[in-house]
Design a binder for this molecule. Structure first.
Ligand SMILES: [Fe+2]
Ligand SMILES: [Fe+2]
Length: 170
């Protein structure tokens, strides 16, 4: 398996979400590059950044789904949790000295596109209707979610977290 390529069928039609998904694809491709260069420190750094960014994305996505009243928000969160646990296990194995890069790269590649196509695309309509009904521009929905996440995170790691999700405008 080589680099992942973004294809139009992965678009949810929600600009912010699509942008975040593309960033995750970039991280997975960075992991591919780091593993082919046999750079252990590089692999560790990419795993950390990829996990960090993906968790931020999950928080954003979950806030958006809940606000939109999407009926399967609960099960969707569960899927995110299971994935987070699975990646955490890889991180532990890596720290214990195991070479997990190939296996992790393959798992991430499979998981992400499957998840976007089957789970993320399912909430897209509800979110788009919600945005339209509120008569809000995407920008104001973004601001609203940002406020909610600030409350939820109790300002913890705020700068890094929002810089990652909102393109460094923090
Ligand atoms: Fe998701
Ligand atoms: Fe997603």
């Amino acid at each position: 398996m080589a680099h992942l390529n973004w294809t139009p069928d992965l678009e949810t039609g929600i600009r912010e979400i699509d942008g975040q998904h593309k960033r995750i694809v970039e991280y997975i491709n960075q992991l591919y590059d780091a593993r082919t260069s046999h750079d252990r420190a590089g692999v560790g750094a990419v795993i950390d950044e990829a996990v960090d960014y993906t968790l931020s994305h999950f928080a954003f996505e979950e806030a958006l789904m809940v606000d939109a009243g999407y009926m399967y928000s609960g099960p969707h969160k569960k899927v995110h949790e299971l994935f987070t646990r699975k990646v955490g296990d890889y991180r532990l194995r890596f720290e214990a000295g195991e070479d997990v890069a190939d296996e992790l790269h393959a798992m991430l590649s499979r998981w992400l596109f499957n998840h976007i196509r089957n789970d993320d695309k399912s909430y897209a309509d509800a979110v788009k209707v919600y945005m339209k009904n509120r008569g809000q521009s995407e920008g104001s929905v973004k601001d609203q979610i940002k406020e909610e996440l600030i409350r939820e995170l109790h300002l913890k790691k705020k700068r890094g977290f929002f810089a990652r999700l909102f393109g460094g405008s923090e």
